[in-house]
Design a protein around this ligand. Structure first.
Ligand SMILES: [Fe+2]
Length: 188
């Protein structure tokens, strides 16, 4: 088996271990959430394989096969743990986009007066533990990354991927995007 195929298998296995895993109080499990987010990413930015993979894997640190972080503690955050796991497998850009899904929420709360009210009850509650709205200095720093708008797009998708019973493509359908992203890292 090629290195690429082994990594794809490892990622797919990690995703599958999120079946039945509660998503805080949301009405979908962690795998359904990941697949709904990836499906929305394909619809909106299907030409950006790294973005699709980032949407699929942004909560991968919830997976018991990765870090098993069910709830964020003061010393361990699921976005940072995801970025650490993702960097060697799918590269720094995907890792950064995944890591930013909480900072992007804090950015949107600070810059869009209507955004906070659109958040689910669960997401409004976790926002407080995540530091609430970004400060002006944090906003400036966030915007320095050339991908900041994609990070915001990922966040908005994250907020939508919570529809109970929605039919979306399965995890195996993402092997193609995963292969492209992984192969691009080695320049093959
Ligand atoms: Fe999420």
């Amino acid at each position: 088996m090629s290195t690429t195929e082994a990594t794809v298998d490892e990622i797919v296995t990690a995703c599958l271990s999120m079946v039945g895993l509660p998503y805080d109080g949301e009405p979908v499990d962690q795998l359904e959430h990941a697949l709904q987010c990836a499906a929305l990413a394909r619809e909106q930015h299907g030409n950006d394989d790294e973005f699709v993979v980032a949407c699929l894997l942004h909560d991968i640190a919830r997976s018991p096969a990765v870090a098993g972080i069910a709830y964020d503690g003061p010393r361990e955050h699921h976005g940072e743990a995801a970025a650490r796991w993702l960097t060697p497998r799918v590269g720094a850009r995907v890792a950064w986009l995944a890591e930013q899904h909480v900072p992007a929420k804090r950015f949107l709360v600070a810059t869009d007066p209507a955004y906070r009210d659109q958040l689910s009850e669960v997401s409004q509650r976790t926002l407080l533990a995540q530091g609430d709205a970004m400060s002006d200095a944090e906003i400036t720093e966030f915007r320095l990354n050339e991908d900041w708008q994609q990070a915001v797009a990922l966040r908005l998708i994250d907020d939508l991927g919570k529809e109970p019973g929605l039919k979306v493509p399965d995890i195996d359908s993402y092997r193609a995007e995963l292969r492209i992203v992984i192969d691009s890292l080695s320049g093959s």
